[in-house]
Design a protein around this ligand. Sequence first.
Ligand SMILES: Cc1cc2nc3c(=O)[nH]c(=O)nc-3n(C[C@H](O)[C@H](O)[C@H](O)COP(=O)(O)OP(=O)(O)OC[C@H]3O[C@@H](n4cnc5c(N)ncnc54)[C@H](O)[C@@H]3O)c2cc1C
Length: 504
Amino acid sequence: MTSRDTAATKAPREAEHFDVLIVGSGISGVGAAYHLKEQCPEKSFLVLEGLESFGGTWLMHTYPGIRSDSDLYTFGYRFKPWTGPPIATGEEILSYMGEVIDENDLAPHIRYGHHISKASWSSEENLWTLEATRKGEGPRGDEAVRFTANFLWMCQGYYRHSEGYTPEWEGVEDFAGEIVHPQTWPEDLDYKGKHVLVIGSGATAATLVPAIAGDCSHVTLLQRSPTYFIPGRNENELADQLRELEIDETWIHEITRRKILHDQHMITKLSFEQPEFVKEELLKGVREYLGPDYDMDTHFTPNYRPWRQRIAFVPDGDIFKGIASGKATVVTDHIDRFTEKGILLESGKTLEADIIVTATGFNLSVLGDIDFVIDGKPLDFAETLTYRGMMFTGVPNMLWIFGYFRASWTLRVDLLGDFVCRLLHRMDEKGVNRVTPVPRPEDIDLPRLSWMDPENFNPGYVMRKMHLLPKRLDKPEWQHTQDYWSEKTDIPAIDLDDEVFLYE
Ligand SMILES: Cc1cc2nc3c(=O)[nH]c(=O)nc-3n(C[C@H](O)[C@H](O)[C@H](O)COP(=O)(O)OP(=O)(O)OC[C@H]3O[C@@H](n4cnc5c(N)ncnc54)[C@H](O)[C@@H]3O)c2cc1C
């Protein structure tokens, strides 16, 4: 039996106890489980997952062409070499994660079909209690189950899987065709020979358009405003050369990661120091595919500084090739309303379509939509302060993995994996049961700012729900800096005896 087939094992009705409970078996939860098993073999732990298998994002997204937008040398874990082309399909990422589970015997530690609805902390018992619904088959049906743990490791991602974000548009009900969100792509959607209109300008739209363009009669990409892309070949020259020299894959993985991260660091720094230069270089890459006569200004010249939103890598410039060949068209305009046949734009133009795909983003979900209760009081996360975007004031023994946007998410999974294991060991050495982050006296009265500085990074789904997220202070320690290059030295160097950690 492979790990993907591993079904939920039976849980008793009374609470089952583990040293650590991990919520979610996406790339974060599987990484967390690996690190716990490797670095804290003495700890008992369990991963609870609402879905029927692992993968999270990569299991739920099934639209045509689903693939990573960053390279797998860095989106993969540091401990498991990636051996394929840098940009991977959803299927390839799932099989990579499946290998991690199988090779490290993690399957017995994961229970699928467990949706967690409530997490309560008791300071009297120094214990988290998780209430979950276990999906059941047959007459027994769903069952309420409970788990307790000393430490809660939240790996539930950052957006609601059940439903993507769709803005409210006038006249949607008038449209006679089908409306589809990529997050809930119908398995049997027949787009062959149809005119498909994709609304959106992000990585999803850029992936979907080339994937379906060959089968549709035409694809129109409708965007409100342009986005940056990095087109390039889906290969890594250095990795390929090292392979030719028959270097061990473990080394190739590490060396290639370092090279990619080094180059990304340079580009990120440059985008702050010389934004106009970086902008020009990015636009040049796109122009090469579209030719000198294409209206780059209207469709591919964003009005924000590079890196304020995630920049998607476009393997082999496939979307641009589709546009250049005439199979796909880009329209940059605003929607006035939906009509029976398509969309009326603010410019007065109309776009006709048989199918409209709303690639309009995510619904941010704060901590898995779980009701958190601390000592009998409902917790409002927006009232807490975040310690490095991973722990929260007033919330003991809990850590959330929120990865990077400017670098691969998973880099933070490994960094925080080391941190949690170090913290758990330090707690054991100290003989304490509880750790909570507390601001230093001199920091207590600093202004509390929103989770993310919109000047630094401003994706729509974070902006829409910022009011629900914990607050930050204007200090690297008290915010998620989104800066892998400083955190890669800062996080391993965190002094666990610092006064910001209150041990009890
Ligand atoms: C299409 C797409 C492409 C992306 N490409 C990249 C990329 O190339 N590079 C990159 O760095 N990032 C990328 N991202 C961002 C991506 O989401 C993260 O990198 C990463 O996959 C998130 O992993 P995760 O494990 O933290 O969360 P998720 O993948 O969201 O997994 C969370 C898991 O927790 C479970 N869960 C949540 N709440 C509960 C609950 N209450 N009870 C039980 N289980 C629960 C969910 O079912 C899910 O399985 C992409 C995102 C999307 C949507």
